[in-house]
Design a protein around this ligand. Structure first.
Ligand code: GLY
Length: 326
C-alpha cells in the first residue's frame, strides 16, 4: 500500500521535475477574494506543473476548457505520479484502470470510467462530450471508442508501480483498504478572460481496489461540477464519501444560493463529517476546491495536509495545508 510518506515523496518529486517554475508555498490560507481572471486552481502539488500548462492557454486568451484539458494531461503522462494516468497504481489484480471527466461553462460534459491502456483519459472524456450523444462511457466501450478516435493502446503499469503492487500483494491478503492516502486525484477548475468557467478531473482511483471499482472522479456532480453562471468545484480523497453526498454539485449549488466558495467547501466537508462521525481518523481524507464566477476561491478538507495550486496574475503558487476540519 502507498503510505502517506511515499505519497509526500511522490508529490515532492513531481514538483522537483519542474525546477524552472517559480513556486511560492504558503501555510494555512483563509478564504481568498481574488476577483481576478484568468485563474486556474488544481489539487495537490502535481497541480503546480499542471497549472503552468493550463496557464499557457489562459494567458493567451484561450478557452478554459482547452486549458484544463492541457493542464491535467501533465500528471496523466507523468510516471512519477502514482495516483493519475500513466504510472498510476493498479487495482488488486494488477490492472491500471482510469476515471476522468470534463465540463464546460454551458453544462456540456463528458466522462470515461474504468478505462484501461489509454494514456490520456481526459481527452477521451472530451471526445465523448463532443462526438457522442452520451455523457459517460465505461470499460471496454470507452476503450473501443478511444481506439476509434485514434488513441494508441499503451501499457500504463510502470515497473515502479508494479513493484509497489507486488509488495502490497505480499502483505495485504488481497484485501483493498479504503483510506485517505491513496486517492489523490487531480481536479482542475479555471476561469478564462472571457469569464468562462470549466473543469477537469482525472485519476487512477483508489490503489489496489476491486477490479471494476469506479470512484467519484468521472461522476459529474461528485468529482467535478461546473455551473457557468455561478461556480465550479472539484474534489479529492475517498471517492465513495464524495459520491454519497453528490459533493461538487452540493458545493456549486451552495454557491448558487449565495455562499462564498470557502463557505460552500466547508459545508460540504461538514456533511461528510456528520455522515462518518467517529469513523473519521487521521487516515481519512476528503477535500473540495471551489471557484466562483468572480475568480474568488476557497478550499477545505476533512484532514490536515490538503494542498492545492493556484495560478493567477503571473504567479503559480502551491498552498500547503488548506483549512481543514481536523
Ligand atoms: N477521489 C478518487 C477516487 O476515490 O477514486
Amino acid at each position: 500500500m502507498q503510505t502517506r510518506r511515499q505519497f509526500l515523496k511522490i508529490s515532492a518529486l513531481t514538483t522537483a521535475v519542474f525546477p524552472f517554475l517559480k513556486v511560492k508555498t504558503f501555510g494555512k490560507t483563509p478564504f481568498k477574494e481574488s476577483s481576478t481572471k484568468p485563474i486556474v486552481l488544481s489539487t495537490w502539488s502535481f497541480g503546480v506543473p499542471a497549472n503552468a500548462e493550463a496557464w499557457k492557454v489562459l494567458n493567451g486568451g484561450g478557452w478554459a476548457l482547452d486549458a484544463v484539458e492541457a493542464g491535467v494531461k501533465i500528471p496523466e503522462g507523468d510516471p512519477k505520479v502514482h495516483s493519475v494516468g500513466y504510472g498510476g497504481l493498479p487495482d488488486r489484480d494488477g490492472h491500471v484502470t482510469l476515471d476522468a471527466c470534463i465540463m464546460d461553462e454551458a453544462l456540456n460534459c463528458g466522462s470515461v470510467a474504468f478505462i484501461e491502456n489509454i494514456m490520456h483519459p481526459i481527452s477521451v472524456a472530451r471526445l465523448v462530450m463532443e462526438k457522442t450523444p452520451h455523457i459517460m462511457l465505461a470499460g471496454d466501450g470507452a476503450y473501443q471508442f478511444a481506439i476509434e478516435q485514434g488513441f494508441k493502446k499503451e501499457n500504463l503499469l510502470t515497473p515502479e508501480s508494479e513493484k509497489i503492487w507486488k509488495e502490497w500483494l505480499n502483505k495485504s491478503g488481497y484485501k483493498p483498504k479504503i483510506d485517505g492516502v491513496n486517492h489523490d486525484t487531480i481536479g482542475m477548475i479555471a476561469l478564462d478572460t472571457n469569464g468562462r468557467l470549466c473543469g477537469a478531473c482525472t485519476t487512477s482511483g483508489l490503489s489496489f481496489k476491486y477490479h471494476g471499482r469506479v470512484g467519484d472522479s468521472p461522476i459529474i456532480g461528485a468529482g467535478l461540477y461546473v455551473d457557468g453562471e455561478y461556480g465550479a468545484a472539484t474534489s479529492t480523497g475517498i471517492g465513495e464519501e464524495v459520491i454519497r453526498i453528490s459533493g461538487t454539485h452540493l458545493v456549486v449549488e451552495l454557491m448558487r444560493q449565495g455562499r462564498n466558495p470557502q463557505e460552500a467547501c466547508e459545508e460540504a466537508v461538514n456533511r461528510v463529517v456528520r455522515n462518518k462521525g467517529s469513523k473519521i481518523d487521521s487516515d481519512f481524507q476528503v477535500g473540495f476546491l471551489a471557484l466562483n464566477k468572480n475568480g474568488d476561491y476557497g478550499a477545505y478538507a476533512v484532514n490536515k495536509g490538503f494542498q492545492y495550486a493556484v495560478y493567477s496574475q503571473e504567479e503559480n503558487n502551491l498552498l500547503k495545508d488548506s483549512k481543514s476540519h481536523l
